[in-house]
Design a protein around this ligand. Structure first.
Ligand code: IVH
Length: 719
């Protein structure tokens, strides 16, 4: 490549042309780097582009473009966060909200393991730190990577920033495993947070909201110097990949981390049984206010790593740990108005507009009122949801002084009303009978699975309702679904009823470029767009013509099929075609398909019914067909577990199993990439039969399916 002309020698026309080219090249490089994880430029080459752009802009300030790359990222183009796939997924924790939930958690583990109740499982109990989780990877004793949790599968590479945190050792002592991933929580102490805010106030700058968000913001700084100026801290409590396990208990592992130089939480205790664990919860709760850092609960973990391994994981969380949350924080304020929102499924949700109030350190202005019954204070069946001293139901009215509750990341909700403060002229809220959407459809109360009248009011407009369609599209392009860069809420709004380039169904997104090419009026000439942004948008759409099946299923917006369920379905069916066939059969009421779907771990009748309803609707079938004609959903699962001898096989367990419970067997098989079915058919690959197996064994003979016993199973999977 020819050496670029020195900036000082450029004519104005040359400079303008080069700035345009740089804007495109840098945007392209960003896209490849951030979204496709496939950078085509080295960091040095990328930095050179940015520096050249900055130098030209400095000489010709008037030529600075509206889409200038220098506007997009902070001043110093030091590091860019890359996406890194975790060697071991970073899962979240299930929550327990009271003692009963904790006891259930322990009972379920006993059941899963087939362990008698009088052999208690030793637990650990430790504070749940309200910070953000971090994976620190050490290779040959050296810190090589610091990554945020992200979606659990991939996170952001924030190594440069993590290196500035004093609590985190740069090296591990001799003897540490060749690969060691230490996990824990990054947090900001309350006093450090207060000092930061004092400095902000002095400088006349806006105040930070709470320590957690400030810690997260501090860690995601482009300039590591900013991170270094914030006193972030760390507690180690878990691990990812370990080439050698240095201990065989949770307590032992944490002790090892301490020996390696990591701060570990001093309140962590080992408990002989659930009562011991609950006692620690109360001790920690009593100290909560006086601790230096924010905590939002207590985490219990099974101490034995052998048991942890047997218990394994559900989709999102381990079976061997749970977070016992502290009660939610509350505050009172005035309810100023009630608005109605139309959701993606047409559900009308009443939203409380509140006089701003701080709840547990966060300013709350909106809260959910759930549904009509919730506002009224009693259900259709006459059950009282909120009562006064005499046991009479209490409704919620505009003007009321209300209690607002916020728990963790969930949407705040309005709890109760102070009747003594109710204004004399406050009137009962009348739920609209007409949808606020332009169709002004009649609002219906949905029927539940059992045929009785449900509590949610819905717009009956379905896809004819622009709110619902728009919401569908918004969901379709959202981060956890298609995640199309440059196509967010604003653009959906723009395209939705655009006369030249309407986008009213998901497939329309993929025909945008072709339709634009045919139009006389080009998108690039529209206000708010330009050659570069249109080019980027079309490229971002192109890049999504193949997408992981789980994202695709989530994007379809089938009721009750969110991210987690979509992942389960993607894993169980292994391909779009297999899922689609099954879904169409389920919609037709095919018994075998229904049973198969219902048999999938974590899939119950509600989901099966929602899928049946979705695919039973001709409009949806057409929508899906049009969409899959434009793009392809592919599976990770097909590639993921191919190295296991049972990956991709359909297995049936029957008879009584002696070395593992049925649940444990099922979870184990699924972990190895197999599908577990409840009935034997010609599609079954293997039957694992214990003593007393009956009809399923006969079916296996009929279909010529291989049968092995429990020992055979263990021999097979340890191959
Ligand atoms: S254990 C496989 N221990 O809580 C589970 N998590 O709600 C590994 N957290 O993402 C997590 N304090 O960020 C664990 N003592 C603690 C924790 C803790 C805070 C966070 C962590 C996790 C989240 C799950």
């Amino acid at each position: 490549m020819a050496k670029p002309k020195p900036v000082d020698d450029l004519t104005e026309a040359e400079a303008a042309e080069e700035l345009a080219r740089l804007a495109v090249d840098i945007a392209d490089a960003d896209k490849l780097y951030y979204q496709e994880d496939a950078p085509k430029l080295t960091d040095a080459a990328y930095d050179a582009l940015r520096q050249r752009n900055a130098a030209i802009e400095a000489r010709f300030p008037a030529l600075k473009r509206a889409d200038s790359p220098s506007e997009k990222v902070g001043a110093a183009p030091t590091g860019r966060f890359g996406e890194v796939r975790h060697a071991v997924p970073m899962l979240s924790l299930d929550n327990a909200f009271d003692d009963d939930d904790v006891r259930d958690f322990v009972t379920q583990m006993h059941r899963f393991l087939g362990r008698p109740d009088d052999e208690p499982i030793t637990l650990t109990a430790e504070p749940k730190i309200d910070g953000l989780s971090m994976n620190l990877r050490y290779e040959e004793g050296k810190l090589v990577l610091g990554a945020t949790r992200g979606d659990g599968v991939s996170g952001e590479d924030v190594t440069a920033n993590v290196r500035t945190i004093r609590d985190i050792p740069q090296t591990l002592p001799k003897g540490a495993p060749a690969i060691a991933e230490v996990r824990g929580e990054i947090y900001l102490r309350k006093d450090d947070f207060a000092a930061l805010n004092q400095a902000q106030e002095k400088a006349g700058k806006p105040l930070y909201v709470n320590p957690r968000n400030t810690a997260a913001g501090s860690l995601r700084q482009k300039d590591a110097k900013v991170t270094a100026s914030r006193p972030l801290r760390f507690f180690a409590y878990a691990w990812g990949e370990m080439s050698d396990m240095p201990a065989d208990t949770q307590t032992g592992m944490v002790k090892v981390f301490e020996d390696w130089g990591f701060p570990v939480n001093p309140l962590t205790k080992r408990c002989q049984d659930v009562d011991g664990a609950l006692a620690v919860y109360r001790e920690i709760e009593a100290q909560r206010a006086s601790l230096d850092y924010d905590i939002d609960g207590v985490v219990y973990k099974v101490d034995s790593l052998a048991l942890q391994e047997r218990l394994g994981f559900r989709t999102r969380s381990p079976r061997w740990a749970i977070a016992h949350k502290f009660p939610a924080e509350k505050a009172t304020t005035v309810l100023e108005a009630i608005d109605i929102q139309v959701g993606r499924t047409g559900a009308l949700t009443p939203v409380a507009r509140l006089r701003p109030v701080t709840v547990g350190g966060v300013v709350v202005e909106n809260a959910t009122l759930h549904n009509e019954d919730y506002i009224r204070g009693f259900g259709r069946d006459g059950s009282v949801l909120r009562e006064d001293d005499k046991g009479e139901p209490v409704d919620i009215r505009v003007g009321d002084t209300v209690t607002v509750q916020r728990a963790g990341d969930v949407i705040p909700q309005v709890l109760g009303v102070d009747l003594a403060l109710r204004p004399a002229d406050a009137k009962p809220f009348e739920f609209p009978a007409i949808c606020p959407c332009p169709l002004k459809t009649a609002v219906v109360r949905e029927e539940t699975a059992s045929g009785s009248e449900g509590i949610v009011r819905r717009c009956s407009g379905e896809f004819a309702c622009p709110f619902q369609r728009k919401e569908h599209l918004r969901h379709f392009v959202s981060r956890r679904a298609f995640d199309i860069d440059g196509l967010g809420e604003k653009q959906i709004e723009f395209f939705y009823d655009n006369a030249d380039l309407p986008v009213q169904a998901p497939a329309d997104i993929f025909t945008l470029a072709a339709r634009d090419a045919q139009n006389l009026k080009k998108l690039k000439d529209r206000e708010g767009f330009g050659t570069v942004s249109v080019r980027n948008l079309f490229a971002a759409i192109e890049a999504r013509r193949t997408i992981p099946l789980e994202r695709f299923l989530n994007a379809l917006g089938i009721r009750h099929v969110g991210e987690t369920t979509a992942r389960v379905l993607a894993r169980a069916y292994g391909s779009w075609d297999a899922f689609h066939d099954a879904a169409l059969k389920v919609a037709e009421g095919d018994e075998a398909a229904l049973k198969d779907m219902d048999n999938i771990d974590q899939i119950g009748p509600t989901v099966v019914e929602a899928i049946a309803r979705y695919f039973g609707e001709p409009h949806n079938r057409a929508l899906v067909e049009a969409l899959t004609a434009e793009m392809e959903a592919i599976t990770d699962a097909e590639q993921a577990a191919t190295d296991s001898p049972v990956a991709g096989k359909t297995i049936v367990f029957t008879g009584s199993l002696e070395k593992m419970t049925r649940d444990e067997a099922k979870a184990m098989a699924e972990r190895l990439g197999a599908k577990v079915s409840g009935s034997v058919s010609k599609k079954t690959d293997l039957v694992v039969a214990g003593p007393g197996a009956g009809s399923k064994l006969k079916d296996a003979g009929k279909h010529g399916v291989e049968v092995i016993d429990e020992d055979g199973w263990f021999a097979l999977i340890s191959e």
